[in-house]
Design a protein around this ligand. Structure first.
Ligand code: CA
Length: 327
């Protein structure tokens, strides 16, 4: 069992390899440059882990990813925020602003970067993402994607025009609909969770942040199996080797963070939040999408109004004609 101490080497084994987060980045087998970046940032706002996957030709991708990491670090270290959500949002929005400004240089006019980041303060975990770098939760060999891909094909999947398997092999699988640097106003995906203590019989969660160079070549099930079987450090090495054995055509970056408990959407100190539901929900069932509310589009509403008006006019005409016929 990890985490146990023994009288012989108690100090050394107090924190086992299982408890220590790890991250890795690899250029892969085909690219000359590594445009992925990762960072761990200790700040007054908490400890942040960030993975960025830059794009934009020549040196643009590397520059965008590095600018993002530097700006997020500066934002978290220097600005006072009231909440973790505001801190991560503010820092990532500042990174977006800086990349948008630097794109005015024609040499870097097409650069941008994805971002997936988590900020952990006490038992609160905030996750932000823009683009197709992902955050996954791994619990006892089960895996769940927490982040939302901002890609053209994900839009098609959401609209039911494509299924998830077709999306993976779609020629435009990696066309992004959001990233840092694309627009002055960034629409950032943000989620808050809390780490709950569990008994020694219950599995503890691990969080994975990664670029598409990993999940394009290694399935979710394989990722879950490896991360559940090995320490974060060993898992990082094995997952990179697996992606490279399958071609490694893209840069590969990942960070694995043991959470020391289970991630849930409810705050353990929930009594402070009057609206918080009493019943705790498992993270795997809590994220089910709500069915969309049935609403007509503006165009459909216009057509319906038109039809109603025509129907009204027909009724009025019929009434008038009937009256005339009686006379
Ligand atoms: Ca990539």
């Amino acid at each position: 069992m990890f985490g146990e101490t023994s009288p012989v080497n108690g100090l050394l084994s107090h924190q086992s390899q299982e408890d220590i987060p790890a991250a890795i980045t690899d250029v892969g087998c085909e690219r000359e440059l590594n445009e992925d970046r990762y960072a761990v940032i200790d700040s007054p706002a908490g400890r942040a882990w960030v993975v960025c996957d830059g794009m934009g030709g020549a040196m643009g991708g590397e520059l965008a990813a590095q600018l993002a990491i530097d700006a997020i670090r500066r934002g978290l270290e220097t600005i006072n925020y009231d909440t973790s959500l505001e801190a991560l949002k503010g820092a990532v929005e500042e990174a977006n602003r800086i990349i948008v400004l630097r794109r005015q240089n024609p040499a870097f006019s097409s650069m941008g970067t994805t971002v997936v980041a988590t900020l952990i303060k006490g038992d609160e975990v905030t996750i932000a993402n823009a683009g197709d770098s992902r955050a996954y939760l791994i619990r006892d060999r089960a895996i769940q994607q927490l982040s939302v891909d901002h890609t053209y094909v994900q839009d098609l999947v959401d609209r039911g025009a494509l299924n998830a398997e077709e999306a993976l092999s779609h020629p435009q699988a990696h066309v992004l609909t959001r990233c840092l640097g694309a627009e002055p106003r960034l629409s950032l995906e943000l989620q808050s969770y809390w780490i709950w203590n569990v008994t020694s019989n219950e599995p503890q969660d691990k969080l994975l942040l990664c670029s598409d160079g990993l999940y394009s070549l290694v399935s979710d099930e394989e990722i879950a199996d490896i991360i559940s079987s090995f320490s974060p450090q060993e898992s990082c090495v094995q997952l990179v080797e697996l992606a490279k054995a399958r071609g490694g055509y893209d840069n590969i970056t990942l960070a694995i963070l043991p959470l020391g408990g289970q991630l849930r959407e409810e705050n353990p100190g929930g009594q402070a939040r009057a609206a918080a539901p009493k019943k705790t929900r498992d993270i795997r069932t809590a994220k089910k999408k709500q069915p969309p509310r049935f609403r007509f589009s503006t165009k459909t509403r216009m057509i319906l109004y038109g039809l109603l008006m025509v129907l009204g006019m027909v009724v009025v005409t019929l009434v008038v004609l009937l009256k005339l016929a009686k006379h």
